[in-house]
Design a protein around this ligand. Structure first.
Ligand code: FMN
Length: 348
């Protein structure tokens, strides 16, 4: 799709269709796959500012980004402006990140009950203080990932846009749903469009994009400067190929015989697993899970959440999904995937 390069501060996103931050999914393994398949930029998983302050090994493990990932945002959350500023400084000092992103859209109870994430949408002065403290603490560009509101009674999308811009953010990414709706319901592209009209900084739209048509509709209705994809990219990094180069990946087009399509899918799963093992090897001694499991076992556990998406639409996938909890080696997972693929092969 035709989008202009998106620029803010020192960051240029050549093709601004980006991977959304998703806790539990968008680690370096998934991010690098998406970048190679055409994602314009990526974000880390949600990282706790307090965790950084407390020197938490688990938090640092989340931030451990592969060196070849660019452009990438360090995505932090918290309630205390001082802790957020300190965390931002740390993210900058790692030298691994192109910009700093502040979360104020996460609706999960664990985050909101501490006054962070989407709870900041109920306290815009605090959100403004956090943004300006972070802005002053780092020289990296700063963005905010937010929503169109918390609920129908809280500050509206235009007030949020105003506070984010006036507090010094260089870019805003907006999930076009209220926080109270979590990830369900129709995203409101009209409200995104009103925010775009009100803002001078670039805006990336997010919510419900599962393919080219959705992305084009979002850009047409809202006029956003970029598109962010979350669940549409899980088990489907090829989505970025379609949106960037207008081509369908081998696993995703009728031009390729069905057997070859399935094998392309299998190869990508094997590559994803390989990267997860590598990532866990580099994390040994630095996270609680790494201490309990071998790198390969930890990778297999992490891959459990991705497999249902990779095998979506395949006949008889239930067998594989039911066995997942017992599969603790890469070979055992791939053996089961091969069985599933054999069952799904047919003459074109
Ligand atoms: C499993 C999961 C984890 C998520 N984690 C985060 C997160 O860490 N930070 C964040 O800002 N949003 C997070 N989100 C929200 C996504 O970034 C995105 O805004 C949302 O999924 C809507 O986009 P989509 O409809 O394309 O999936 C998460 C969403 C999902 C489904």
């Amino acid at each position: 799709m035709n989008l202009k390069p998106l620029q803010f501060g020192t960051v240029t996103i050549n093709h601004p269709v980006v991977l959304a931050p998703m806790a539990g999914y968008t680690d370096a393994a998934m991010r690098t796959l998406c970048l190679e398949h055409g994602a314009g930029a990526v974000y880390t998983e949600l990282t706790s500012a307090e965790g950084i302050r407390r020197d938490s090994e688990n938090t640092f493990a989340v931030l451990a980004a592969a060196k070849n990932e660019h452009p990438i945002a360090g995505h932090i959350f918290g309630r205390d402006p001082e802790a957020m500023a300190e965390a931002a400084k740390y993210v900058e000092l790692t030298g691994r990140f192109d910009w700093l992103d502040i979360n104020c859209g996460c609706p999960v109870k664990k985050v909101v009950s501490r006054g962070a994430g989407a709870a900041l949408l109920k306290d815009l002065p605090m959100l403004g203080t956090i943004i300006s403290k972070v802005r002053n603490a780092v020289s990296l560009p700063v963005s905010v990932k937010t929503r169109i509101g918390f609920n129908n009674d809280s500050a509206d999308h235009l007030e949020i846009a105003r506070v984010v811009e006036e507090s010094g953010a260089d870019m805003i990414a907006v999930h076009a749903r209220l926080a109270k709706n979590f990830h369900g319901g129709e995203p409101d592209f009209e409200k995104l469009g009103e925010m775009k009209q009100a803002l001078n900084i670039p805006i990336i739209g997010n919510g419900g994009v599962q393919g080219l048509e959705d992305a084009e509709r979002m850009v047409e209705v809202a006029g956003v400067d970029g598109v962010m994809i979350g669940r549409g990219a899980i088990g489907n990094p090829w989505i970025f190929e379609t949106l960037r180069w207008g081509r369908r990946a081998a696993c995703d087009t009728d031009i390729v015989p069905q057997a070859a399509r399935l094998l392309a899918r299998r190869d990508l799963m094997a590559e994803h697993l390989r990267r997860l093992v590598e990532l866990n090897e580099s994390k040994q001694h630095s996270s609680a899970r790494a201490k309990k499991y071998t790198a390969e076992e930890a990778a297999c556990i992490q891959f459990r959440t991705h497999i249902p998406y990779y095998v979506k639409g395949l006949f008889d996938k239930k067998q594989l999904l039911m066995k997942l909890a017992t599969l603790m080696s890469v070979d055992s997972i791939l053996e089961e995937v091969d069985i599933l693929i054999e069952k799904n092969k047919c003459d074109d």
